[in-house]
Write a protein that binds this ligand. Structure first.
Ligand code: FNR
Length: 365
């Protein structure tokens, strides 16, 4: 499939499937067990309807957004995804270049294929902003060394992933055997086979510390001055607790439906948070991901108070075409976001709010 034939992010699914080995496709596309959450992540957005406004001068349209104190050209960022080398030999280097050119924030994975310093040195602009996703290693001194490196590389925020205390059971990934044995250039996590199957997610994440708990936030604070977010928060109770403990950001996520199946779409949790604990929005920035594929999805999340949204698979699939594919995915989203803003009657993202939505269908979720 030619890149020019790809006009919406969902088109990348079939395109990437055709380009990837069946094993890489199984790893990237799969969700946990029955993939109910994976499916619902995407469908949830369609249950919210707009209340568009008309007759507004929308010729000029501003998509800039400040996230964790960093101004970005667009209100979405590229999610951390492990082992981008399976999609293209340039891996995270190509993603970094494309992100920088569009002034989009890239959150780099602890399971990146490429060493961190190399990713950051592939920035395409001197002021390019990177966030870092952190998996805490059972071997704490190793994570402390990584934190030192992150601080030294000028990355702008750290998001600790908290929805991966155990590897999700991704059956397509387990069924398909790995042809290659490679390791992450950051965590050292290795792709390997064992008696359970060929799960890349499970083997690469084998170093992740299941003992990680709330007390460890103090340890983390001692090792970095960067703003800290929790990635993978899935309940209002934990949002309240995280805000009380002073984290800078709450990132609602179910790991793209890859961790606990039948966990709620982040959109449901966001609505629940508005209803039950609106004070949290004043204390921390709220982010969200999972199934975001359309400009309308991004704008809906922003109307409900999200500071920004992440997308994972679409950029990995775009990467199968190298840097150009990632750029193409970004530009499709830019165009859809601008179109959505204009058709809603807004010209700046801070004009968005719940008044532009009808969420009735989800009010009892
Ligand atoms: C992920 N995700 C992920 N998250 C994380 O915190 N660290 C990681 O290393 C990875 N690795 C990873 C690999 C692959 C192949 C996928 C698809 C996902 C989860 C990711 O950051 C994000 O939460 C989801 O991808 C968002 O859902 P969508 O946009 O893919 O639907």
């Amino acid at each position: 499939i030619d890149l020019a034939e790809i006009v919406g992010l969902p088109d990348f699914d079939a395109a990437a499937k055709a380009k990837l080995t069946s094993k890489a496709w199984a790893y990237m596309s799969s969700g946990a067990t029955d993939q109910y959450t994976l499916d619902l992540n995407r469908r949830a957005f369609n249950h919210i309807l707009f209340r568009p406004r008309i007759l507004v001068n929308v010729e000029e349209c501003d998509t800039r957004r400040t996230m964790m104190g960093q101004e970005a050209g667009l209100p979405f960022f590229i999610c951390p995804t492990g082992m981008a080398g399976l999609a293209h030999p340039l891996a995270e280097r190509a993603v970094a270049r494309a992100a920088g050119e569009a002034n989009v924030i890239y959150m780099v994975s602890t399971n990146a294929s490429t060493p961190l310093a190399e990713i950051v040195s592939n920035a395409s602009r001197p002021d390019q902003k990177f966030f870092m996703q952190l998996y805490v290693d059972r071997n704490r001194p190793k994570t402390e060394k990584l934190l030192e490196q992150i601080n030294g590389l000028g990355m702008k925020a750290i998001f600790v992933t908290v929805d991966a205390a155990a590897p999700g059971k991704r059956e397509a990934d387990e069924r398909s055997r790995a042809e290659i044995e490679v390791a992450s250039g950051v965590s050292g996590g290795k792709i390997a086979q064992d008696s359970k199957g060929g799960g890349i997610g499970r083997s690469v994440g084998g170093f992740i510390d299941p003992k990680l708990n709330w007390e460890d936030l103090k340890w983390l604070r001692r090792h970095t001055d960067l703003p800290i977010g929790l990635k993978g928060v899935q309940s209002v109770e934990d949002c309240i607790k995280a805000a009380e403990l002073g984290v800078n950001a709450i990132y609602l996520s179910n790991h793209g439906g890859r961790a606990l199946d039948t966990a709620p779409p982040s959109l449901y949790t966001l609505l629940e948070l508005r209803r039950l604990a609106p004070q949290v929005f004043d204390k921390c920035e709220i982010y969200l991901d999972g199934g975001v594929r359309r400009g309308t999805d991004v704008i809906k999340a922003l109307c409900l108070g999200a500071k920004g949204v992440g997308m994972g698979r679409p950029f990995l699939y775009g990467l199968t075409y190298g840097k150009e594919g990632v750029t193409h995915a970004i530009e499709i989203m830019r165009d859809e976001i601008e179109t959505t803003m204009r058709l809603l009657g807004v010209t700046k993202l801070d004009q968005l709010g719940p008044h532009l939505l009808n969420t009735k269908a989800l009010d009892t979720q």
